[in-house]
Design a binder for this molecule. Structure first.
Ligand code: G3P
Length: 216
């Protein structure tokens, strides 16, 4: 399973990257705005730091505009994947960009049939937002399970990129379901490594080690 970091904060990305666990990055306009920095500056730094896929989002409402923006975005790096929204215009943009050899990530997906359309259009990734579904009392992870099943039924190569992850249970369930990628905030990546019994165990071993005579 691949891990992406869902962030535009270069410090966070650098730290996560140093853990050796990060296969790629996803960004969106909200994450870029949160940095308070210019788009080109932030994205340039991310693309030079991370070799894996970096998703950058378009902001046009029409397919032609998305395709035009996408062609500009890929100039930031060979690893750029163009994010387009799960709208009919977004689907058209997937085709247009695909014809130009540009990979796409269809974002703001909230249903299995939307994911089916994105795969048929030829998207490289589909991004279902599990946390936002949970927020409106619909199980985000049930949607992931259905998408994984549909893609397996028809051997689609589109990768299921679980997004809007809020906690380690989302990651665990995504892994059990066979989703290809989990993109998550740095806080969740750090949570994945933690367990209170690990901390207690480390403390106990170190305390007992003090009692050992003639160390090394
Ligand atoms: O990048 C898309 C997605 O992961 C956003 O998550 O927490 O804003 O719902 P969130």
């Amino acid at each position: 399973m691949k891990f992406f970091i869902d962030s535009a904060d270069i410090q966070e990305i650098r730290e996560a990257h140093s853990l050796g666990l990060i296969d790629g990055v996803t960004t969106n306009p909200s994450l870029i705005a949160k940095t308070g920095r210019g788009f080109g500056e932030v994205v340039g730094e991310i693309c030079s730091l991370v070799a894996g896929p970096v998703s950058l989002e378009t902001v046009s409402r029409d397919a032609a505009g998305m395709a035009r923006e996408g062609e500009g975005l890929v100039r930031y790096g060979k690893n750029v994947v163009v994010k387009v929204p799960m709208t009919t215009e977004g689907l058209k943009a997937v085709r247009l960009l695909g014809e130009r050899g540009i990979k796409t990530n269809v974002t703001l997906c909230f249903s299995p049939v939307q994911a089916l359309l994105a795969a048929k259009a030829g998207a490289a990734y589909i991004s279902p937002f599990v946390g936002r579904l949970d927020d409106v009392s619909q199980s985000g992870m049930d949607v992931i399970g259905q998408i994984v099943k549909i893609y397996a039924n028809y051997k689609f190569t589109t990768e299921v990129l679980v997004a809007s992850i809020r906690n380690p249970i989302h990651v665990l369930t995504a892994a059990l379901m066979g989703a290809h990628v989990a993109t998550m905030p740095f806080a969740v990546i750090k949570q994945l490594a933690q367990h209170p019994l690990t901390d207690i165990g480390v403390e106990r071993f170190l305390k007992d080690w003090e009692k050992v005579p003639n160390k090394f």
